[in-house]
Design a protein around this ligand. Structure first.
Ligand SMILES: O=C(O)CCC(=O)C(=O)O
Ligand SMILES: [Fe+2]
Length: 435
């Protein structure tokens, strides 16, 4: 009798195993068929170039903070970020304030450049040790430097935000922070902030555009890259003192950083609109990928330039293939401020101890931190060594809820230990094939 039961049990087990492997095979077949059908559909109706043409015409990636309710902007941006890898929030800075902020950014450009030059002089010409700069009384007259939070790392120039208090009033705009929270996590940090000004063509014939003059001027030139922490050359290449780290290819399908470009001049195809390849944030290849067959300086079918009025914010997943315009025949500079926003869980400034002049986590002293608008402080608190940095309320609330739920389980164990064996019978964890 026992033998018959064992045999029956074995047959059942074999049937079940066959059933599972048939189901796995079916899933694999259907997934492959789905993928092939998607490709066919894209080819038949909506190839990349057609989608891009439509996007350029309709600006379906853009949502206005002036005319739409915040929920609609967040939904629209979340969808656009997921589908295309980018979105734009129009009218974040009111028209009436744009000119003042633009002038402030231009003044900041000179201050930052002067400070950087003075720092380079001290390091390169006078040969000072970066770690001893703050102890040297003659240095503090010549250059603005602040201690950083990370022990053992030399000081850095202050965060560019200190030169732009009017701009700082908008940086934690509720539309922008809501979109960032939706895409990243509840506790956010602004890890980098820098100016990106693109010259226009000069009357002496010097071409406008981003980068070295010798490469500028052609509307069909590009400088494709993805941004930190997906910047494959990691700022410092193979220099251990300057490499800031880069996620290994193929990038996991997770949004780890949002790049925000705050346009302070109108942008389009002739005036420094950012180049982007829609959908590239999900592509496993990378323009700088050593084995990916892409030329960083050439156009890519389906690429496009963003069009946006001054006061808008372009937001992209750091995995998006994008480029600054290398031509700008508009007759005016393209003025913009760039920031990189991260969730609390990304390692934002652990490496590159010699990167004294990179823009990673440029610090704030306590008075500068306290002078920030109250809503901006939580996003920049990690930059101020004197401030105790703790996780923010929504993250704490989540942890509390999880802890209460766990405690409830142990209460069940105390009160009804015999009734628990089937308590999770409704839970099924699918096991996929390895890939
Ligand atoms: O200038 C632009 O439009 C793009 C800027 C950019 O790619 C960057 O700062 O990482
Ligand atoms: Fe970039």
């Amino acid at each position: 009798m026992a033998e018959v039961r064992t045999e029956k049990h074995l047959v059942n087990k074999r049937d079940s195993e066959m059933n599972i492997s048939t189901l796995h095979a079916k899933i694999e077949r259907l997934e492959q068929e789905l993928q092939e059908t998607r490709v066919l559909l894209a080819r038949e109706t909506h190839d990349a170039e057609t989608i891009t043409r439509e996007l350029v015409q309709t600006r379906a990636y853009a949502f206005s903070a002036k005319t739409l309710p915040i929920d609609e902007v967040v939904e629209g941006c979340a969808d656009s970020l997921s589908r295309y890898g980018f979105c734009v929030i129009d009218n974040v800075i009111p028209d009436s304030e744009v000119a003042v902020i633009r002038a402030e950014v231009k003044a900041a450009q000179s201050t930052i450049a002067r400070n950087k030059q003075a720092l380079r002089k001290l390091l390169d010409e006078e040969g000072l040790n970066p770690h001893e700069l703050l102890e040297n009384p003659t240095v503090t007259d010549k250059v603005e430097l602040r201690p950083v939070r990370r022990a053992g790392h030399p000081p850095k120039p202050p965060n560019d935000i200190v030169w732009m208090p009017q701009y700082g009033k908008h940086l934690a705009n509720p539309f922008v922070t809501a979109v960032a929270r939706r895409a990243l996590d509840d506790h956010l940090r602004i890890a980098q902030l820098h100016l990106r000004i693109i010259e226009t063509s000069r009357t002496d014939g010097t071409p406008g555009g981003f980068g070295s003059v010798k490469y500028r001027g052609r509307p069909d030139s590009r400088e494709w890259h993805t941004d930190w922490p997906h910047d494959l050359s990691a700022y410092g290449r193979d220099d251990p003192g300057r490499n800031v780290g880069c996620v290994r290819q193929p990038f996991p399908d997770v949004t780890m950083c949002l790049v925000m470009i705050w346009y302070l001049t109108d942008v389009d195809e002739n005036s420094g609109g950012t180049w982007v390849v829609p959908g590239s944030h999900k592509d496993k290849r990378n323009p700088r990928g050593p084995s990916d067959g892409i030329t960083v300086t050439a156009p890519i079918p389906g690429d496009m330039q963003i069009t946006a009025p001054a006061g808008s914010v372009y937001i992209q997943d750091s995995r998006s293939w994008h480029a600054s315009a290398m031509h700008n025949p508009s007759g005016r500079e393209r003025i913009a401020v760039v920031n990189r926003w991260c969730p609390w869980w990304l390692s934002v400034d652990d490496y590159a101890p010699d990167g004294i002049d990179n823009m990673v986590c440029q610090p704030l002293d306590h008075a500068e931190y306290l002078a920030l608008p109250a809503e901006l402080q939580p996003l920049m608190r990690h930059l101020c060594p004197g401030e105790r940095d703790t996780l923010q309320q929504p993250v704490l609330d989540r942890a509390k809820a999880a802890s209460l739920r766990a405690r409830w389980g142990f209460q069940q164990l105390e009160e009804n230990p015999d009734g628990l064996s089937d308590a999770n019978a409704h839970i099924r964890v699918p096991i996929g094939p390895s890939n």
